[in-house]
Design a protein around this ligand. Structure first.
Ligand code: DCP
Length: 691
């Protein structure tokens, strides 16, 4: 958990903006005749009128709630208009809502750093804009106070017989007020303006919380809805937080909150104040203890990230009750659908934003029949993401198989007849994460090796000769290949799993609808009346534990890395003229300790070793394997293009290099393949027909 920086955070101006009954507003904009009418959006599944996923404020007055089914809603509000969420590929198609969210974000991001927190939520850091406004109006912002701002709810204001509006006006004027609150008042004005702009340009209303940090802003944005805003002056923080139930706090909706309740008897934030920082640290560890101590006092140093685009893409579907999937073929059918959607979104992200995703993750929820352990969670599985629908489909299915083997607890999972099934899948989702912009105009591969070179004390810069005729490695045109001329080696079967440091995600959301339930969702919100399980799992990124799997087509890659290839020439060559490492002139030296050598180097090391052991022999200076030119001349070089690079090696390169190489993989390649098709590396990277 982030440890707060109390000093710097007080004078910041942070807003959390939340769209009001978002899906309903989007539907009402599409069909203006629905405006003013009690309306709800229902999932496409028509059982009992479909599950309500968004309820408009007019319908809420009748007691209609999100958890209800359409039929139930009609009973208590006969005139309710039920609109179906759009459907594509047999599942909810959320693109219309996603696009509407992007429209709003483009407006909200005009005044400061903007972080897209979910499909309909945004954080803004308005500190600079507020400081500028305050500097320009040192004698107060009276002339700026507009009607919308005067409707703000300012927490802790004493009305003292005055009407609320006059009180708020007085607060905005506070000439002798606290500087931090003057900044907040400016922030409130800016947010009021932004909300009006959103309304004018998109017809959507939104609500906002304005405070000194993200935590307080988020806690207050929903306090007064719809179309209102709430401000938390510095002096009101304590009073505001004290009575709040502990589980309302971000990250306390789950186990930690429960532990505070049961083990420390803490039920409100105020209760937490009696514990010293040391007490909390003793019980929950240094960081968590400090974090708890801080949040109880309204201190949160979390930055607003400048991010307008989603952090991940996901596509999921639930299969409640009798719809549960009980055969591998039905799972495959649905995975194919989900992967197709995911692939399309990845492709458009690539085209529009020049971003690529690195990790593919499969989540599932399941139950076992006739098994007392049936509550066991289906493990989430990840692997490096390969672009192309077919590849994503293949890899997702493999991840599913791996998860299922673990879930069932046997190695060979066979498809069983529907009468004999042992398991049932109630939810499936595929997601793509670790999305990064494709860097352009960098020579990062060269830089990387240059740096690594410096890390080996006994290597001299002059030992390498790099030529970089082209300005950049990034692939900007067809056929731009990064060629890795590596020692050739056949892969051997072996281990394919590599563990990450992450924790296993839960299948169910953290409670209380905190940010956890919304960040990074971007379209993966399930529209069945199931818990928001999959996309919310992703929210728990801090505590995720997933296994990163290599796709089965990569079986043996790890052992290959450790194996001793028989050739010894290494070159980087960009097709045409680009970057090359002229192996004929290089003398490479590596640490003798394999364990301490980064594996990309180990890979090359093994190439060297292969030669050195047979041709040169080890040196005794701590680095061995100088490649004599005679050896290099004698070796046969195998040409590897970027689409043949071992992903294990690739995954261990710095992200910017990975991005470059992956970017080159995404380009149609015109040059004939000169590699063995049977190789599993080749199989892994070769474009499939319909990719
Ligand atoms: N959503 C969904 N499934 C859920 C919850 C929400 O598909 N279980 C969708 C529909 C909502 C949108 O996400 O319109 C945003 O969810 P919010 O929780 O922000 O709720 P609303 O925007 O609908 O209402 P509010 O005005 O209370 O924020």
């Amino acid at each position: 958990m982030p440890v707060a920086k109390p000093e710097s955070s007080d004078a910041r101006v942070i807003a959390h903006i939340d769209m009001d009954c978002f899906y309903v507003q989007v539907e009402q904009r599409k069909q203006p005749n629905l405006r003013g009418q009690p309306t709800a959006v229902v999932q496409y599944n028509s059982w009992k009128g479909g599950g309500l996923i968004a309820v408009g404020y007019e319908a809420r007055k009748f007691g209609v709630k999100r958890s209800m089914r359409g039929d139930e809603a009609k009973k208590i509000c006969p005139e309710i208009q039920l609109v179906q969420v759009p459907v594509a590929r047999g599942k909810a198609d959320l693109s219309v809502y996603r696009n509407a969210g992007s429209e709003v974000i483009s407006i909200l991001s005009r005044k400061g750093r903007c972080e897209r927190a979910s499909i309909d939520e945004v954080y803004l850091d308005l500190t600079e804009a507020a400081e500028t406004m305050l500097a320009e109006h040192p004698n107060g912002i009276l002339e700026l106070t507009d009607e919308e701002a005067l409707k703000s709810h300012v927490l802790g204001l004493h009305l003292d017989g005055l009407n609320a509006r006059d009180c708020v006006r007085e607060w905005f004027l506070m000439n002798d007020g606290d500087h931090r609150d003057k900044l907040l008042a400016c922030g409130a004005l800016i947010v009021a303006e932004l909300r009006l702009e959103v309304l004018k340009e998109t017809e959507f209303t939104c609500s906002a919380g304005i405070a000194h940090n993200k935590m307080l802003a988020k806690l207050t944005s929903g306090m007064h809805k719809p179309a209102q805003q709430t401000v938390v002056p510095f002096s009101s923080v304590k009073k505001f937080l004290e009575p709040l139930h502990i589980k309302k706090m971000k990250q306390l909706g789950g186990k930690l909150g429960t532990s505070l309740e049961t083990e420390l008897g803490v039920s409100t934030v105020g209760d937490l104040l009696q514990f010293s920082e040391e007490n909390l640290q003793e019980r929950y560890g240094r960081n968590t203890g400090t974090w708890l101590w801080n949040i109880a006092r309204g201190i949160c140093g979390e930055e607003v990230e400048g991010r307008l685009l989603p952090k991940s893409h996901g596509s999921g579907k639930t299969f409640p009750g009798p719809q549960a999937l009980k055969t591998l073929s039905s799972v495959q059918k649905w995975l194919n659908e989900l992967c197709e959607e995911l692939s399309e979104r990845l492709q458009s992200d690539l085209e529009q934003n020049k971003r690529i995703a690195h990790t593919l993750t499969l989540h599932a929820s399941a139950y076992k029949l006739n098994d007392s352990e049936s509550l066991k969670k289906f493990p989430s599985k990840s692997c490096p993401l390969r672009y192309g629908t077919t590849k994503i489909q293949e890899d997702s299915l493999s991840l599913f198989h791996t998860g299922l083997r673990e879930y069932i607890g046997i190695y060979n999972v066979k498809a069983k007849g529907s009468n004999q099934h042992e398991w049932a899948i109630t939810g499936l989702s595929v997601s793509a994460s670790k999305i990064v912009a494709i860097p352009s105009g960098t020579n990062s591969i060269m830089k990387y090796f240059h740096n690594e070179d410096q890390n080996c004390t006994s290597r001299k810069e002059s030992d390498y000769v790099f030529t970089n005729d082209a300005a950049s490695l990034s692939s900007s045109g067809h056929g731009s290949l990064v060629q890795l001329h590596l020692a050739g080696s056949e892969l051997e079967p072996g281990e394919v799993e590599a563990k990450t440091q992450q924790d296993m995600p839960g299948l169910y959301p953290k409670e209380n609808g905190t940010e956890v339930s919304k960040d990074s969702v971007f379209g993966t919100k399930f529209t069945d009346n199931q818990p928001l399980s999959f996309f919310q799992m992703k929210e728990q990124k801090e505590s995720l534990k997933e296994e990163i799997l290599l796709p089965p087509s990569l079986a043996g890659v790890q052992s290959w890395v450790g194996s001793k290839p028989t050739q010894s020439k290494m070159e980087f060559v960009e097709e045409g003229s680009g970057l090359s490492v002229k192996s004929g002139k290089q003398k490479r030296k590596f640490d003798t300790e394999k364990r301490t050598t980064p594996s990309i180097l180990r890979f090359f090391h093994s190439n060297d070793e292969a030669s050195s052991s047979s041709d040169i022999g080890a040196t005794t200076d701590g680095c061995k394997g100088n490649l004599g030119e005679d050896v290099l001349r004698r070796s046969n070089s195998w040409n590897y293009k970027s689409d043949e690079i071992d992903p294990v090696v690739l995954n261990e390169l710095p992200p910017e290099i990975q991005a470059e190489v992956r970017a080159s993989l995404l380009q149609p390649q015109t040059q004939a393949k000169t590699v063995k098709r049977g190789s599993s590396i080749v199989h892994y990277f070769l474009p499939t027909k319909n990719s």
